[in-house]
Write a protein that binds this ligand. Sequence first.
Ligand code: 5GP
Length: 203
Amino acid sequence: MTLSVKSEDSGVNMQLLKDRILKDGQVIGTGVVKVDSFLNHQIDVALIWEIGREFARRFHGLPVNKILTIEASGIAVACATAMHMGNLPVVFAKKAAPSTMIDGYFAAECTSFTKRTVSTVTVSQKYLTEADNLLIIDDFLAHGEAALALANLAKQAGATVSGIGAVIEKAFQGGSDKLRQEGYRVESLAVITSIQDDHITFR
Ligand code: 5GP
C-alpha cells in the first residue's frame, strides 16, 4: 500500500484507523468507544507505528524537542510519534504520585472521562523545563480535560506547547473546540462526529 503524504484529510493510512474502529470498536452508551483490541489494552504495534508516522507528518517543521503524554494509553502512540520525529524523549504524566518521586514535581487536577473521578496528574520537575517545546499526544480527545491538565503541567514548567494530537477525537464532546479556543493547534486522526444507535459517523 502507498502511504499518502498529500491527502488533506487524515491520509490514506488513517483510513486504516477508521476501518479498524468500525471493525473492532465497541460503542458503550452514547459517548464511549472501546478499542481495547488495538489501542487501549492489546496493542496493534503496526497500526500504532503508522499513527506515529501520521502525527510526525502533521506536526512536521515545528520546533518540538519532547513529547508529553499521560499514562497509560498515550504512551505507545507517543513513543511511535517520537521515533518518527527523530527519536525524541517521551515524558508521561503519572496519574498518582509514586513514592519514588522524591524530587519536586508539577501537579494538575484532571477529571477522568471514563472513570468520572478527579485525580492529580504529576510530572517530575526534572523532565519538564522552560527549555522544552512540547507536543502533547493522547489516545482519545473527549472533553479535553486530560490535554488541558498536560498543558497546565507544561505551563507550570514554563515550557511551550506547539501542538496537541489525538488518535481519536469525539468532536461532539467539545474538547477540541475548547483547546483551539485556548490557542492550541489540535490534530486528530479520526474524528467522530456522532454516535447513534451503535453507529459511528466520522467527519
Ligand atoms: P478528555 O480528558 O478529553 O475528556 O478524555 C480523554 C481521556 O479520557 C483519554 O486520556 C482517554 O484515556 C479517556 N477517554 C475519553 N473518551 C474515551 C473513549 O471513548 N474510550 C476510551 N477508551 N477512553 C476514552
